[in-house]
Design a binder for this molecule. Structure first.
Ligand SMILES: Nc1ncnc2c1ncn2[C@@H]1O[C@H](COP(=O)(O)OP(=O)(O)OP(=O)(O)O)[C@@H](O)[C@H]1O
Ligand SMILES: [Mg+2]
Length: 257
């Protein structure tokens, strides 16, 4: 018998979240499947980034910000348990941001940064890992002859793919992407979208996007949020073609947001 739980990478159960007492998420529950792309959509300020950041505890860095109730489990492990190793959690749950943020270092040093911190020292191993990550991020052919040049000399789309390479070099299970294409032109966006479809074979992907066409093109599951609540969550085709909630329908048809 197929156990549905096996295919769920992330369980978010009844999560409430507040910034210095101001509630930003209200009782949010959803199960995010493995090796699929799940999109969080909704108008500005509805809590998409907050929810995404609960999945690798990046919110912990914000003073006064915390989950006030509920749980987040990754492969059945409660990531808010006291004994969780945060460094290991962030290795397993990589993140890519809207404003691509490569370090002011060489392309090579960007990719192997996390591996060196994790203790990898052998040049041949680092070289192989860098090539694998850059290949995985569809960037290798464009940069293989200039690995030791500055990452800041790359185009925006290339810098974002470098950030993806940097995240996947650590061999995460999950990739969180917060509006990864918002600062890119349409061609660079298309390239990242193609890449995501390739990456989901290896990783579970959760993406925040304002781009409805992008959500419907790329994602398998879509969660529509409004005012800190999860309004509707389902298969992307159903959400876009036949939403069951009036607010979802209004948002995807462009009536607000
Ligand atoms: N660091 C913070 N400190 C205090 N309040 C915050 C912080 N970050 C977000 N908020 C508030 O929490 C709510 C949810 O914000 P969040 O950034 O999660 O929304 P979002 O859906 O990602 O919006 P956008 O589409 O504009 O990125 C908003 O009311 C926002 O003002
Ligand atoms: Mg956001």
């Amino acid at each position: 018998m197929v156990n549905p739980v096996q295919d769920t990478a992330i369980h978010i159960d009844n999560v409430c979240f507040a910034y210095s007492g101001k509630q930003a998420l209200h009782d949010v529950s959803l199960e995010i499947p493995s090796h699929k792309i799940t999109a969080f959509i909704g108008p500005s300020g509805c809590g998409k980034s907050t929810l995404l950041r609960c999945i690798n505890r990046i919110n912990d860095r914000i003073a006064g910000a915390r989950i006030t109730s509920g749980t987040v489990r990754i492969h059945e492990i409660d990531i808010y348990r006291k004994d969780i190793d945060i460094q290991e959690l962030r290795r397993r749950v990589g993140m890519v941001f809207q404003k691509y943020n490569p370090f002011a270092k060489s392309i090579y040093d960007n990719v192997v940064f996390g591996l060196k911190i994790a203790g990898m020292t052998k040049r041949s191993e680092l070289d192989a890992a860098a090539e694998a990550a850059l290949t995985g991020a569809a960037l290798w052919d464009e940069v293989k002859d200039r690995l030791h040049s500055s990452a800041l000399g790359l185009s925006g789309g290339q810098q974002q793919r470098l950030c993806i390479a940097r995240a996947i070099a650590n061999e995460p299970d999950i990739l969180l992407m917060d509006e990864p294409c918002a600062a890119l032109d349409p061609l660079a966006t298309l390239k990242i979208e193609e890449l995501m479809l390739e990456l989901k074979k290896k990783f579970t992907i959760v993406i925040v996007t304002h781009n409805m066409a992008q959500a419907s093109r790329c994602s398998d599951r879509t969660a529509f949020m409004y005012l800190g609540k999860l309004i509707e969550y389902g298969d992307t085709l159903q959400i876009f073609r036949n939403p069951s909630d009036k607010q979802t329908e209004a948002y995807i048809s462009g009536a607000f947001g």
